[in-house]
Ligand binder design. Sequence first.
Ligand SMILES: [Zn+2]
Length: 354
Amino acid sequence: MRKVKKREVLIVSVGKKRVIIAASMLAVAICIGVIIGSVAGYVTKSAFVNTPSSEASIGEDLSQLVTSQPVSEQPVSSAAEISEIPSSKPVSSAVSRPTSVPSSSSSSSKASSSPNSAAIAKEMEAIQAMFPNFYVDPTEKIAHKAGDKVAYLTFDDGPSALTPQVLKILADNDVKATFFVIGRSDEQSKKWMKEIVDQGHTIGMHTYTHNYKQIYASPTAFFTDLSKLNDLITEATGVKPQIVRFAGGSVNSYNKAIARPVADELTRRGYTYFDWNVSAGDAEKGATAQSIYQNTVNETLQFEKAVILFHDASTKHDTVKELPKIIETLKKNGYRFDKLDPSVKPIIFKLPAH
Ligand SMILES: [Zn+2]
């Protein structure tokens, strides 16, 4: 009896131990799960951090991009996500520079790269022989000088019916700015493009169609689109554009697989591309005149060198309305205004790793 009882106690105690061990293991498993979950969440968020909700101002693309990154996740200060590229060594357009990593090792060595990175590398090689007129002379980059407070106003998606108003405000305030235009080929739009150039502003390329799915379907699709816009701007203004702003920014949820090779090829061809470190948020859902003013001023004050993203579209009345006030406030805070050109060291998003 006693013996049995003792054995029972023993079994119970062993049983308890088992329960305790099992519980501990469960707790450890949950911890590991949480850690893995957090890391995965962080990685996912990082990968999409440059998803350009603020860039999604053209038609159907808005919903797709906003879905990828809620407006609330748009970083107020993007400083950590944005780096200035080192001054790129001018590359002679006549010399072919190998693009991307060698195809033999790229597909096997990096699990993170796209499964078809070898195919992309091959495509990039073919592109080097295409678009023979799509080159400009590379320009030496000049770094920002500490203490120089400079604001670069940039307007994407134009020209539009509001372009003349934007130009008038800029002229009234003696401010030069930058317009990254899209492929509007009607006569009126071409006149506006010419007006931008004639008034001393910089005109840059923002892709012809601004259709993310189409332009980022492949590197060839991208360069076909951009060289078409190059032709249109050159015809309309007599000036060959030298700078680019990718539709949606240089790294976005549509172009991750091709962002780096395409950026490398643009650079090889002498072009300079610019992202931004301040967004007016004028293409975001719920933007108001007040939010545009506040976003722009608050974010700009965090930087000595601010590249500010606005949109030039027929619906952006609030942007036009706030522009004089924004210029006035920034001037009061010691900022000068300038236009982008290929000698300005660009602010660009971090490219995905090779
Ligand atoms: Zn755009």
